[in-house]
Design a protein around this ligand. Structure first.
Ligand code: ZN
Length: 180
């Protein structure tokens, strides 16, 4: 994970989410244009709210595309695959463990208490698929080969959403110009 989110990045993420991104640590993944796609959020939000979803999808284009995938019933398909495919199940459990290790390192660095979210990752891991947004966010932040379900989701939507192909309604440069 890179440097702390800049004021410009926080402003863009606030516009993407329609609310201030409380507890944002850094932009975890970017579109090729530079726009934030997913953010890394601290394990304990200011005010003391435990927050397990460390990797959070923010780009509206990505959120919408992944929502369509969920509406198409892909979560049921992948839950069925998890039930029958031992290799997929093992890889998915490793993704869960990697998620927890990533968050623990962050908690240690920031001095955040994780006791209320101990063992809890995101997206339904380690045994269920419940939120493709969370799983996709992990794949975007940590790269391919970490979360097999997030990777599959990104693969399926590649002709509609791809970090390497800017389809942003407001690419990074245009947003900065608009902000003056
Ligand atoms: Zn873009």
């Amino acid at each position: 994970m890179g440097r702390r989110a800049s004021a410009d990045e926080v402003a863009v993420v606030e516009g993407q989410l329609g609310r201030y991104p409380r507890g944002i640590v850094a932009v975890g993944a970017r579109c090729v244009c530079g726009n934030p796609l997913a953010v890394v959020t601290r394990p304990l939000l200011p005010g003391g709210t435990p927050f397990p979803t460390t990797c959070y999808l923010t780009a509206p284009e990505a959120v919408k595309t992944i929502s369509q995938l969920e509406a198409d019933g892909r979560m049921a398909d992948w839950n069925a695959r998890l039930a029958t495919d031992a290799d997929l199940r093992a890889a998915y459990r490793r993704a869960h463990q990697t998620y927890l290790a990533f968050r623990s390192a962050l908690a240690e660095r920031l001095g955040d208490d994780e006791s209320h979210i101990e063992g809890i990752s995101a997206g339904g891991m380690p045994v269920r698929v419940k939120c493709l947004h969370a799983l996709t966010a992990q794949s975007l932040v940590m790269g391919p080969g970490v979360n097999p379900i997030g990777d599959r989701a990104l693969e399926e939507v590649r002709n509609r959403f791809d970090p390497a192909v800017c389809r942003c309604a407001q690419p990074w440069g245009s947003v900065r110009i608009m902000q003056g």
